[in-house]
Structures are given as structure tokens and as C-alpha cells.
Ligand binder design. Sequence first.
Ligand code: MN3
Length: 387
Amino acid sequence: MNKNIVILGSTGSIGTQALEVVENLKNINIVGLSTNTNIDILECQIRKYNPMYACVMNDEKANVLKQNIKDTKTQVLIGEEGLIKLATLDNIDTVLNSLVGNIGLLPTIYGIRAKKDIALANKETLVSAGKLVMKEAKNRGVNIYPIDSEHSAIFQCLQGNKHSEIEKIILTASGGPFRDYTNLDNVTLEQALNHPNWSMGKKITIDSATLMNKGLEVIEAKWLFDIDVDKIQVIIHPQSIIHSMIEYKDSAVMAQLGTPDMKVPIQYALAYPNRVKNDFEKLDLLKHNSLTFKNPNYELFPCLKYAFEAIKIGGTMPCVLNASNEIAVEYFLNSHIKFTDIPKVVYKAIENHKDENKLDYTLEEVLEADKNARKFAKNICMSIKNM
Ligand code: MN3
């Protein structure tokens, strides 16, 4: 059976790999693609896949693209409105959301409301509003297929087993480029961008270096798999061969292994429940002398600690954690603040938000908390920058 999909964020790391997967699967039609500003790559994709629609976040770039692809039938949409239109098109089955950051939230929510299945790489969506997103999905009978490698692993380990018999989830982390460091005061942007195992976009690479990525994934796992955070254990596994595990009540542990290649979880999300033959690199365990494990250092990587704290507080606190982190990472990427300032900004934003917090929330309250946290975090970053 053919499947019609849109890929939000098709020019990024996950988006381009998703298109490779689509080529291998052969039964998938690309109806829509989108980019933030990368219209040259998007134009190549349009000429190759002939989608009905293409969306560009940036107005000016959208107009340039319109001129450049006049000879094609693809219609150009603009901005968040365009993303929402893509996510709710009548003739699509699945929205693959590989947007970066909280911009992915509304297209996911509207996609779910239009009864589209979601292949989700945008973890910020679940961090900011996991409770809402999962409730909407449940009410409408929509499936959310994880694309994050750890969550795909957990999803795979769940097949054929009972959710009620899960004892705990063991979320593995590569530990990032600084996993063996004892002091991070003088680490550089270049070092932080140099991930040892995975090749990914800049934002997630920095999040991996601070371990905020793992913190966001703890929250993502809590919502995706409806599990108490106290039952989620983070463990550093530098080789990134075991992508995560589930321990069941009978003490059996299920693990999913593979080379660190995002195309595997992307394909599983798009082909589920089928396993389709491909030519991706096979795992050769004989090339790995050992698989090792250790506890994360919560003092050196406080972002991970803050993520656990934020989800335990609940309400819009994880949204504030995520929003302030997005801003701090942006300032770090522009060399305006130091690596060790990132957790400081997040901590201040959490402290600032404490009094306003409540357990349940509406979409409007999430968007409001997000906006306020960004503004607050920007002010903190500016004061650090000008110091
Ligand atoms: Mn991951």
C-alpha cells in the first residue's frame, strides 16, 4: 500500500536521511517538503521528488524559491502557517516532523487533530507539551512513531511485550565529546561541535555535549511510553551500539543494537511494523572489543539534572527548560556565551518560573510560558555577553 507523507525540515540532517530511506522503501510518495532557509537544497529535492507543496520559513527566501522553480508544479508556502497547512493536507497519511526546536509543536498538534500519524524526530514537541500531545493523539487514534534512536529502540523492545510489565527503561547516552572531562570551563565551540559517534545538526550536537539532549529524551520517553521518570535510568555507553533497553518485571532485559545510523529508526518509523531489506551498514560486533557503561556525572553536566527536576515539577516547567536551553544554545553557537553558561541560563529560567507553575496546562499556556522563558533567557544571555 502506498503512503503519502510530508517531511517538515527536509533539508536538515534527519530530513535528508529520511529522503534516502524513502528511496529505499519505494512505496512512499512525497507530497510536501520544508526548509528554514536552505532553498538551494530544497530546490534540488523539489526537482527530484516533485512534491505538491514546499514550505520555506523565511519570507524573502520563499520568494526567491518561487522564482527559481517557476518551471515546476510545486506550490510554495511560507512560514508556520505553511507548515501547518502541510501537516493537515487531506491527501497525506503521515507527517514526518524533523523540525528543530519548539517550532515543531503546532504542526504536530494540528497534524494530530487532522488524524495524521506522526513520525516524530522533533523531541522538543514532547518536552514542551507532551501531556497535551499524547492526549490529543490518544483521543484521535493517531500513532506517534519515534525517530529518535533511543526511543525507536525502546519502541522496538516493547513489541510483543506488555507495557504493564515494564520495570524500567534504560536510556543510553554516548556522553558526547566531553564524557571523559573533569572540567568544562575552557571548552570551545569547535570542541563541542565535534561529536564522537553521531553526525547531527548543530543544535542537537551542542545538546549532546551538555547532556541536555539526554535530559530532553528522558522527558520524551516519559510521554511516549507513559512511564514514571523514576523508572527511567540514564547510562553512559560511549560506543553507541546499544540504543536503549527495557528491563521487565521478570528481570529480563531487552536491548536494540545497531551501528549509529539514524536511517534505521527513520525506516522503522515509516515502514512499521515491517522490516524492509536495505543496504545500510551492518553491525559487526567483532569490530568492537568491548561495550562499556558508566553513570553520568550530574554535577559536571547539570542540564541532565535540571531536566529530571523540571519534569518532576511538571506543568509548563519542561517547556521553560527547553525554551531557555534553545536560547542559550543559540547564544553559545554565536560565541556570545561560554559552554558552562548554558546550564546557568537554564537554571535561572527555571528559578524564575517556579511561582507561576501549575500541574495542568492548555496549549495557550504552553505558548505563553515558551515566549516568556525565551525573553527571560535572552536577557540573561545578553547580560553575560556584555560582562
Ligand atoms: Mn537520541
